[in-house]
Design a protein around this ligand. Structure first.
Ligand code: NDP
Length: 520
């Protein structure tokens, strides 16, 4: 496999003043494929200062001008899709299809989505008030950019979970400093190149390559932080941001449950479990990480999942369709996946397929299916982030819901049944930010739907109106065109006015509406 030609843009080079460099590795081969600067806090502050200076003009450009850049970038991504997919594949070790679907297609789609929807979601809202004090006034809710947004991203989807979050911020009129994972920085550098080639003015989006300390420096300097990654780091970022009251949006880990009822289309459920448990090597925050199956169909479902998993091909990703499951991107994950499986087996679980590291020279873990699992095992309670599917037998739907909700996480979730009304009723009982019936993960493609977690899966959402409004401050406007010289409530106070107000409040608030009255 060829190595990535990493040519930092002029902006990235200008940002690289320190001696430290970070080597980027291809996890599927172990080869070093490039280097990026390890920026210190002074360099991050300089990037943020440049982004802050560029922000007013970017805002003034308006939605039309910014949309032009987004559509040009969409075309650039399509024209350069081979190069983008190769860069993503080489620094993550993922398959071509995983790179193509999430990091190329989804992001290209998002460029058009936000360019089109941004102006609608951020349009001024006229409101009417119920208050007698503001009768006749013009009342407006207005959204305006916060300034410089710091986007800190992980290594599992180096474009979707990094540049992808910059898109709505940029459409809103913010400028952005991206801090990609030290493991996968080349994709973000490539996105910066693409944005400049697409007509983005200088300094509107900059990339701060580096490690955790670089991210921490960005938290101090930026006006808002959009973070995707581990729950532990998310908590650190929130605590640090509290010092400056910097708003944060956190998209963290998950331990997403799938519930399979006795009347489910088992073939569809098994295909979905295998796909969303194993694709991208299971390194998806909303991967299917645990499955609960009703007793009467448990054995049949497990057998289907085992048979399908056995057919999966793993290895160094090459061209289209070459392998199904790629490498483990981040080295410490190998040990974590092994630890979860060891813990489960020690407590009585049975490994039906896989269970071991795959053949090198790269870093691989075999797609793995387990049964006889329960909630004393880490594999059922902690995020594994690997190609593992533990499947637990349950008595009935109620027990499945109880177990699904027995988690500190709450990102995505799913229920499989032919009775969609029952499925929806169960989905509404799941304490997860997102729930699907007879589907998994694909709800993420409906960019109109807010996507976010509850509990330790995060705060705030991507997508939907809230997914762009979070990058804005709200300004409420009240405009009085016609008003008396002196309002009745103004100083000096008069007894007659106070008595009138007393009578008015008794009239307005002094009784309970009939349908809310307590029956005596
Ligand atoms: P982290 O949360 O450690 O890292 C995510 C990003 O935050 C990286 O860019 C990282 O930089 C940066 N960072 C690290 N420390 C700080 C800090 N104190 N302040 C600001 N930024 C910081 O995730 P990992 O990459 O280590 O992945 C570990 C775990 O996270 C996985 O096992 C998985 O459970 C979870 N994860 C969840 C993802 C999701 O989509 N929800 C995606 C990826 C991982 P750097 O990488 O350079 O250290």
């Amino acid at each position: 496999m060829s190595t990535v030609e990493h040519q930092p843009t002029e902006q990235a080079q200008n940002g690289a003043g320190g001696d430290g460099r970070i080597a980027v590795e291809n996890p599927a081969t172990g080869e070093t494929i490039g280097h990026v600067p390890d920026m210190d806090s002074a360099q991050v502050s300089e990037l943020v200062a440049r982004a802050r200076a560029a922000q007013p003009a970017w805002d003034t450009l308006g939605f039309e001008g910014r949309a032009r850049v987004m559509y040009e970038m969409r075309k650039w991504m399509v024209d350069n899709r081979e190069r983008i997919a190769r860069t993503v594949m080489e620094e993550t070790g993922k398959t071509r299809e995983d790179a193509q679907l999430a990091d190329v297609f989804t992001v290209a789609d998002a460029l058009g989505f936000w360019a089109k929807k941004g102006p609608k979601y951020l349009a001024d809202e006229r409101v009417r008030s119920h208050s007698p004090f503001v009768i006749g006034r013009k009342l407006v809710i207005r959204y305006r950019p916060l300034g410089v947004v710091g986007v800190i991203g992980p290594w599992n989807y180096p474009i979707a979970n990094c540049f992808g979050d910059a898109i709505p911020a940029l459409v809103a009129g913010d400028t952005v400093v991206l801090k990609p994972s030290e493991v996968t920085p080349l994709s973000s550098v490539l996105m910066e190149e693409g944005m400049l080639a697409s007509g983005m003015p200088a300094d509107v989006m900059l990339v701060a390559t580096g490690r955790g300390a670089t991210g921490a420096a960005l938290v101090d300097a930026a006006d808002m932080i959009m973070f995707t990654g581990s729950t532990g780091t998310g908590k650190k970022i929130m605590a640090q941001a509290a010092e400056t009251l910097t708003p944060v949006s956190l998209e963290l880990g998950g331990k997403d449950p799938m519930v399979v009822l006795r009347d489910a289309d088992l073939e569809r459920a098994a295909n979905t479990a295998v796909h969303w448990g194993m694709s991208n090597g299971g390194q998806i925050c909303q991967a299917v990480e645990r499955v609960y199956v009703e007793e009467p169909v448990y054995d049949e479902f497990v057998q289907k999942v085992v048979d399908k998993t056995k057919t999966l091909r793993q290895g160094k990703p090459e061209g289209p369709g070459s392998v199904d499951v790629g490498a483990v991107t981040f080295a410490p994950q190998l040990e974590l996946i092994e630890r979860h499986i060891r813990d489960a087996v020690d407590k009585g679980a049975e490994v039906l397929v896989g269970g071991k590291q795959g053949d090198g020279p790269g870093r691989f873990f075999q797609p793995t299916v387990l049964r006889n699992v329960d909630h004393t095992m880490q594999i059922m309670t902690e995020e594994t982030f690997g190609p593992t599917l533990p499947i637990m037998k349950v008595r009935d739907a109620d027990e499945a819901v109880t177990l699904a909700n027995d988690s500190r996480y709450g990102l995505n979730s799913s229920v499989f049944t032919r009775d969609t009304a029952k499925g929806e009723e169960l989905a509404r009982r799941l304490t997860a930010g997102n729930a699907c019936v007879n589907d998994c993960v694909i709800n993420y493609a409906a960019t109109e739907l807010p996507f976010g977690g509850t509990g330790e899966s995060g705060l705030g959402v991507r997508h939907g109106p809230q997914g762009i409004r979070k990058y804005c401050g709200v300004q409420s406007l009240l405009v009085t065109r016609f008003g008396p010289k002196r309002e009745a409530y103004m100083l000096p106070y008069k007894g007659s006015t106070s008595r009138l107000l007393d009578r008015v409040s008794a009239l307005m608030y002094g009784r309970v509406p009939r349908r809310f009255r307590r029956s005596s």
